[in-house]
Design a protein around this ligand. Structure first.
Ligand code: UT7
Length: 331
């Protein structure tokens, strides 16, 4: 049995410069700041330029994470990018990032589990590192949801933003690191959130086909919300159990940043004190795969993590999927 553990060696993130405030949303669709604030908690979201794509955001975040880890791109064995808004169908965003950063000795692939993406990438990477298969893995959550958003649909466009967050994971025989991970899916909920592609958008009924822009995100918001509160609390409890811990051990809860009502619902079910919860949703909106790593990176840069702290990260998203990880901060 290998004794390797996965530790976080570096974190980095990037948000595009342009910002859409709630006042900007009011100019696009029939909505208002009060509705958006009360129903979601969102005030602003960052939006990529027309010529700025997911791999561009991911590249900046990756370089920042490598710098934080004090590592060069040549030392990376594998790049995993979690995204639902790749620059193109093929090649993967991971391959584009690998080329951009000069990772010449790496393997590279994307995973598509929407907002559960970064945590799933951590879980996959953890398997490779624990077995001794790879030593250094760069995982990135990056999305430019603005490119697949219908800005005529007020039920979705007010939610989404763009960004990227990256972590350099490395093999260690020391203390802490990734304690446990879990991944799950309820595939019967595949029609609850989707972005049509090659397949006819009528796949999920006439509503999207008739009223929505092609290749844009559609979702059944209220059903997703109920699922999200339940699954975020259950997955967090289970992953802590796997790590031999309880929710009382959580120093930092970093959930997927989709809606303040979902986050608060999950926090209350988990009985985690408000000061242990990290939220940046108000400033960035829902960035799918980028939400958790950007939040984690911001919390780290604000000096919130101390060696030995237990961090629980948990995401849910299209699929319907979920993923959670318990981490002991060791940097
Ligand atoms: O990360 C991926 C997963 N996605 C999510 O986590 C999203 C989960 N769902 C949500 O966050 C919420 O369901 C939404 C924020 C999308 C919607 O909130 P809600 O409390 O579920 O509202 P609703 O869909 O039940 O709509 C309530 C009312 C409706 O009007 P009527 O039918 O009551 O007259 C909507 O038409 O609010 C209306 N509405 C709006 N009003 C002003 C919907 N969007 C807007 C809007 N501004 N932007």
């Amino acid at each position: 049995m290998s004794e390797w553990k996965t530790v976080i060696a570096g974190l980095g993130s990037y948000l595009p410069e342009k910002v859409y405030t709630n006042a900007d949303m009011e100019r696009m669709v029939e909505t208002n700041d009060e509705w958006i604030t009360q129903r979601t908690g969102i005030k602003e979201r960052h939006i990529a330029r027309e010529d700025e794509f997911t791999s561009d955001l991911a590249t900046v975040a990756a370089n920042r994470a490598l710098e934080d880890a004090g590592m060069s791109a040549e030392e990376i064995d594998l790049i995993i990018v979690a995204t639902v808004s790749p620059d193109m169908h093929s090649p993967s965003v991971a391959a584009l990032v690998g080329n951009n950063i000069g990772a010449t000795k790496t393997a590279a692939f994307d995973i598509n589990v929407a907002c559960s993406g970064f945590v799933t990438a951590m879980s996959v990477a953890d398997q490779f590192i624990r077995t001794g298969f790879y030593r250094n893995i760069l995982i990135i959550g990056a999305d430019t949801l603005s490119k697949i958003t219908d800005y005529n649909d007020r039920a979705t466009c007010i939610l989404f933003g763009d960004g990227a967050g990256a972590a350099v994971l490395t093999a260690s025989k020391g203390e802490g690191g990734v304690l446990a991970t879990l991944n799950g899916a309820d595939c019967s909920g595949a029609d609850k959130i989707y972005c049509d592609g090659l397949r006819d958008p009528k796949w999920c009924g006439e509503e999207k086909a008739q009223t929505h822009k092609r290749r844009s995100l559609w979702m059944n918001g209220s059903e997703v919300m109920k699922f999200a509160v339940r699954i975020m609390s259950n997955a967090t409890k289970k992953v802590l159990e796997k790590a031999g811990l309880t929710t009382a051990d959580i120093d930092h809860l970093i959930p997927h940043q989709a809606n303040m009502r979902i986050i608060e619902g999950a926090r209350k079910r988990l009985e985690v004190a408000p000061e242990r919860l990290f939220v940046n949703l108000d400033q960035v909106g829902n960035m799918s795969g980028a939400s958790i790593p950007v939040a984690m990176c911001q919390a780290y840069q604000q000096g919130r993590f101390t060696k030995g702290d237990v961090i629980a990260i948990v995401g849910f998203g299209a699929g319907l999927t979920w993923a959670a990880a318990a981490i002991e901060w060791s940097k």
